[in-house]
Design a protein around this ligand. Structure first.
Ligand SMILES: *[C@@H]1O[C@H](CO)[C@@H](O)[C@H](O)[C@H]1NC(C)=O
Ligand SMILES: *[C@@H]1O[C@H](CO)[C@@H](O)[C@H](O)[C@H]1NC(C)=O
Length: 295
């Protein structure tokens, strides 16, 4: 074995090299629990290096693994790289750049929307080392109070339509009678808007009952939320004689304010719809009637 200044030099180089890559080694840490984000809020997806070395000269990539292409955010060569950003994230993401020097690579996401749900990867790459972390984000949005409209006489009963918008995840809509029994209804119509929020609507044909109270309930069990609207149809509405219809609807408009729990407004508009439907009157005439103030 040769021993002398040369081998000492090689040993020193090796030592220096290994201590260098040792100093680049880090772990990427963050929450292990799912993050529940409320639609419309600004949230922070925590992610940081351990040990807390500077990430200023590293590449910080944030990905949503539920999207095939593109990135949520990229920081590289001390710059924000905007190419290949998923369009729905444009203008809503940032890092805390003043925190990078101490290894804080958390992402700020503004105005959370339905399409933000997914599995996020925080990927940090240094020259000779990289590591990542995956965080699950669920988005919760409680939709609008269902709006019920009367569609008029249908197949021997009264056609009703219920609609509620702005939900995430996708909700379920059920029609109930006053005893809480599910009514057989048409197929649910579900639409997802470009922000990932769901609108649901469903038609039902109801027959006259002793109470004539019907409830449209929209519920989402994963987020444990529901919204419902009850309507009370005057039994005269089920009468198909046009003149009687007109008389009853006009009479009931005046009483809508107190006799119909929480539904005075919709009943007014709906009744208007029924009159137009049945008698071809102009809606303008109706609007001149005194509208009862819901109390
Ligand atoms: C880095 O971590 C150490 C030990 O946890 C802590 O004492 C120090 O304040 C941290 N430095 C920064 C810049 O956050
Ligand atoms: C990172 O910075 C953000 C914004 O200042 C802060 O809320 C968060 O607690 C920081 N995380 C860590 C690990 O220091």
């Amino acid at each position: 074995m040769e021993s002398g200044p040369d081998s000492l030099f090689v040993t020193l180089l090796l030592l220096l090299h290994s201590s260098h890559s040792e100093s680049e080694r880090f772990e990427v840490l963050g929450p292990t629990d799912t993050i529940l984000a409320v639609a419309g809020d600004d949230i922070i997806l925590p992610c940081y290096l351990k040990p807390n070395i500077s990430a200023e000269d590293m590449t910080v990539d944030w990905l949503n693994l539920d999207f095939k292409d593109g990135r949520v955010y990229r920081y590289q060569n001390r710059k924000i790289i905007r190419e290949d950003q998923i369009p729905s994230y444009i203008g809503r993401t940032s890092l805390f750049e003043e925190e990078l020097w101490r290894g804080n690579t958390s992402l700020k996401l503004s105005r959370v929307q339905g399409t933000d749900e997914g599995h996020y990867k925080c990927f940090i790459k240094a020259k000779s080392w990289d590591h990542d972390l995956i965080i699950q984000v669920l988005v919760k949005a409680v939709g609008s109070k269902p709006v019920v409209s009367i569609e008029g006489h249908r197949e021997g009963g009264m056609g009703l339509l219920c609609e509620s918008e702005g939900w995430h995840p996708e909700p379920e809509l059920v029609w109930l009678n006053s005893k809480g029994v599910h009514l057989f209804a048409g197929p649910p119509e579900i639409h997802r808007d470009f922000k990932g929020f769901y609108t649901v609507k469903q038609h039902v044909i109801v027959q006259e009952t002793d109470t004539n109270r019907f409830t449209c309930r929209v519920q989402q069990s994963q987020i444990n939320e529901k919204m419902e609207t009850e309507v009370h149809l005057p039994s005269e509405l089920f009468d198909t004689t046009p003149l009687r219809m007109a008389f009853i609807v006009l009479c009931c408009l005046g009483a809508a304010g107190d006799s119909h729990v929480n539904t005075g407004d919709s009943l007014f508009f709906l009744s208007a719809g029924v009159i137009i439907d049945e008698l071809k009157l102009q809606p303008v005439n109706l609007m001149t009637l005194p509208i009862p103030v819901a109390g």
